[in-house]
Ligand binder design. Structure first.
Ligand code: FAD
Length: 460
């Protein structure tokens, strides 16, 4: 038996079931998958010991950092699940501006306040409790990703426990294959990251936001205008269009609306107004029920994320990168934006039209716009109906779909391309060299032979 500082749970132990799903965000949990043991690691030495314990006991290893994977990737059969929840410390180096954080540190709740005290910023995930571990490994669509880059682009080094159970540093010079893979491999990374070393930037002084609320019937007109204006807008602005049902007023039935939002992270009020001004050019702006441009704060923005993603609810999420003629895109996206069986479901269009060239890293697939649906609901009786609606809406989007982002994916339901072919081939080579015995779990997919291919392009 290994000597762990943390606690090892096996089936039958009091606390085993709680440990299997500890901190898992999605209340819709897998019923056909269970680990063979769970290790709640106290420190990185436990992670090393855990990998060796798994090898001695013929188990693969799955890990959990923040527990926010929609598809609950951390829970898999025949595995030792290593829970990294206690690896959540942060340290900042004044001389380099680099922050070093444990994989379970929550981007918004923990890392950001730590950096704010030091006048620095790192563009972590939008919802405050998302762990940096899974988020960074799959690319990381943080605040202002459109202009400031994928969060993984700010990773300068990682500390990794390898399949042999050794703790190593990986960066551009040392173990550069692992460093390359860690920026995009997502849940098939051949190692366990125990620490991320991240470049930070000076903190913005002001956050201004613009919010316009339209009738959902105006979706096509507003979306068409958005495709024209978005690439002209400053890289300091995040642009998200959302279909949602605001809370009921005076007991009236909730009505779906289309909301155009811009968030400018800037250093002066003048810069905020200037950056958001192009959003006032919508040709049907006089039809907006609401048109606000005002100072806001990251705390206020985060609170709205928490309201939209309630804890202990059931979720289906799916997503697509889309490209093509604007008319075709708008038509293909009409079902997912204008219909939904659940009033609390919302769908986002995330502007990415600036499309900067990506550095050499595993993450390599994106397009001028990202679309994701989050079907939030409470009643398990609606599981089948909601699954069917989301699948149908994604089929409608197929003609303009180029692929998906791992962060909002579930490959047990359907598979899409998420990485350029050359990068995927290079990643498979790294995995084969670094983890020949498959100590670490790979992508949790319905069909492992067709991973990284759009399902409708796979001939049977
Ligand atoms: C409410 C909500 C809001 C979200 N908002 C955003 C957003 O704004 N931007 C965005 O990009 N994504 C977002 N996501 C998606 C989220 O980034 C992914 O689900 C991500 O996987 C979560 O990371 P985690 O560490 O919390 O998840 P976990 O479930 O703990 O980890 C997911 C998987 O990643 C791998 N992994 C995690 N940590 C490690 C590690 N240290 N070493 C090796 N492998 C590891 C493992 O395979 C693990 O099973 C959101 C998700 C939710 C639920």
């Amino acid at each position: 038996m290994s000597d762990f500082s943390g606690k090892l749970y096996v089936p039958g132990d009091a606390g085993f079931e709680e440990a299997v799903f500890a901190r898992v965000f999605n209340a819709r949990r897998p019923t056909d998958r269970r680990p063979s043991a769970v290790l709640v690691a106290e420190n990185e030495h436990d992670v090393v010991a855990g990998v060796r314990y798994a090898a001695d006991n013929g188990l693969s290893v799955a890990v959990r950092s923040g527990g926010h994977s929609w598809a609950v990737w951390s829970v898999q059969n025949n595995t030792l699940l290593i829970d990294l929840g206690k690896l959540n410390s942060a340290a900042y180096d004044e001389a380099t501006g680099i922050v070093s954080g444990g994989p379970a540190i929550q981007g918004g709740n923990e890392l950001d306040p730590f950096l704010a005290e030091r006048g620095r910023f790192f563009n972590g995930g939008h919802c405050p409790p998302v762990g940096i571990g899974g988020f960074l490994l799959q690319g990381g669509q943080g605040w202002c990703q459109r202009g400031w880059g994928w969060a993984a682009e700010s990773v300068v080094a990682i500390d990794v426990v390898t399949a042999e159970g050794e703790l190593v540093r990986a960066d551009a010079e040392r173990n550069s294959d692992l460093y390359w893979a860690a920026r995009g491999a997502g849940p098939s990374f051949p190692g366990i990251v125990t620490k991320f070393h991240l470049k930070t930037r000076p903190r913005f002084q002001h956050l201004f936001h613009s919010v316009q609320v339209y009738d959902i019937a105006d979706f096509a007109e507003v979306m068409t205008w958005m495709y024209a204006v978005e690439p002209t807008i400053s890289p300091d602005v995040e642009i998200v269009c959302v279909s949602l049902c605001p809370p009921s007023v005076d007991g009236e039935p909730r009505k779906r609306v289309f909301v155009v939002t811009g968030v400018a992270l800037v250093d002066s009020p003048e810069a905020g107004h200037e950056a958001l001004a192009p959003l006032q050019t919508c040709p049907i702006i006089d039809r907006a029920f609401e048109n606000v441009m005002a100072e806001s704060s990251l705390a206020e923005q985060r609170e709205s994320q928490i309201q939209m993603n309630p804890e202990n609810w059931r979720y289906y999420a799916d997503n697509v990168w889309v490209d093509g003629e604007v008319h075709d895109i708008v038509e293909a996206l009409t079902p997912v934006f204008t219909t939904s069986p659940e009033p609390d479901a919302f769908t986002i269009w995330f502007g990415n039209g600036l499309m900067r060239e990506l550095p050499d890293m595993a993450f390599s697939l994106q397009s001028p716009a990202y679309i994701a649906t989050y079907l939030a609901y409470e009643d398990s009786a609606n599981d089948a109906r909601n699954r069917a609606w989301l699948n149908d809406a994604m089929v409608a989007a197929q003609p303009v779909t180029v692929g998906q982002y791992l962060g909002d994916s579930d490959m047990t339901n359907r598979q899409l391309k998420f990485m350029a072919d050359d990068n995927f081939a290079r990643l498979q080579k790294i995995i084969a060299e670094r983890d020949p015995e498959a100590r670490f779990v790979r992508y949790l997919a319905g069909d492992s032979a067709t991973v990284n291919r759009n399902h409708w392009e796979v001939s049977s």
